[in-house]
Write a protein that binds this ligand. Structure first.
Ligand code: RP5
Ligand code: MG
Ligand code: MG
Length: 280
């Protein structure tokens, strides 16, 4: 990632905190800026120290091992080695106008996974629909509406400590798009379809920093976005989508340049469209 935009927006999500305004030419740490005075903010929900959050740096018993696998917490970054300044990790992309962790639990990288589930758009006769302007077939992906901000997004989520990313991708899709947490067990047929979908060939789409509005100078989102594609539609057409966990709504969305999505998710979707030779 060359720069970030959403990571500079105010107010900071879920708060009234205004970021120190960072013009594009001052994002890079290499730009000299002695006047920079970022605001400090760590959300009360993070300070309450739930299991997914690190303690404050002032905590005597907290000795994080940065840029390495720290116990079962992954503290390496896909963006390479990040510097530690005054004992705290520094955002690899640049300034954000906020120090502390904001809403993020981990100092440094907070690892997520984004499952991009696609199928071809079809008409009632079952034929693929092509875009009139580009002549390319239209892809659809499963999108959720995030409860925290109301924006549409890929149904992604955090990788739990020690969890395989392949497991996170599947778990988050089931929780947010199939409401697996409330529909415990699920029908055998549904489980078989999910098993088939996630065990077939898939495309690695993106690995790295996410331009997430929750990022700070000391804590940021990173993700692995993977595309699982139902080429015939046989697996997913029969599956009832149902929003769950941090998703308020779920639906199939036509993929095109008009997709306005959370963070830089539209960029991930664009890569999928290009790799699949679909309309964008
Ligand atoms: C984004 O936040 C990632 O791309 C992923 O979609 C999501 C993970 O956070 P939660 O959905 O768990 O809030 O940066
Ligand atoms: Mg989730
Ligand atoms: Mg989520």
């Amino acid at each position: 990632m060359a720069g970030h935009v959403k990571a500079l927006t105010s107010p900071y999500p879920g708060s009234q905190v205004e970021r120190w305004p960072v013009p594009p030419e001052k994002v890079s740490w290499s730009a000299d800026w002695p006047e920079y005075q970022p605001v400090e903010y760590t959300a009360p929900s993070v300070l309450a120290q739930p299991v997914w959050a690190d303690p404050p740096h002032s905590d005597d018993g907290f000795h994080p091992q940065y840029n390495t696998l720290d116990g079962n917490v992954q503290r390496t970054s896909f963006e390479g080695e990040y510097p530690i300044e005054n004992g705290k990790p520094r955002n690899p992309i640049g300034r954000t106008g906020v120090i502390g962790r904001g809403l993020l639990g981990r100092w440094g990288p907070n690892h997520a996974a984004d499952p991009i589930i696609t199928r071809w758009k079809r008409n009632t006769a079952g034929e693929k629909v092509t875009d009139a302007a580009t002549g390319n077939a239209v892809l659809q992906f499963v999108a959720i509406q995030r409860k925290d901000c109301g924006q549409w997004a890929i149904p992604g989520g955090m990788v739990d400590p020690g969890e395989l990313v392949t497991a996170t991708l599947r778990r988050e899709f089931c929780e947010e798009a199939l409401n697996s947490l409330e529909r415990s067990g699920g029908e055998k047929d549904t489980q078989d379809r999910i098993q088939s979908l996630f065990s077939q060939q898939h495309l690695q789409i993106y690995r790295g920093y996410v331009d997430d509005p929750r990022n700070t100078d000391n804590a940021w989102m990173e993700t692995q976005a993977v595309n699982y594609h139902d080429d015939t539609g046989d697996l997913l057409d029969q599956l009832a989508l149902q929003a769950g966990d941090d998703a308020g709504k779920v639906q199939w969305v036509d993929i095109s340049q008009k997709c306005s999505l959370y963070a830089n998710h539209a960029y991930f979707i664009q890569i999928v469209a290009e790799k699949r030779g679909a309309h964008w």
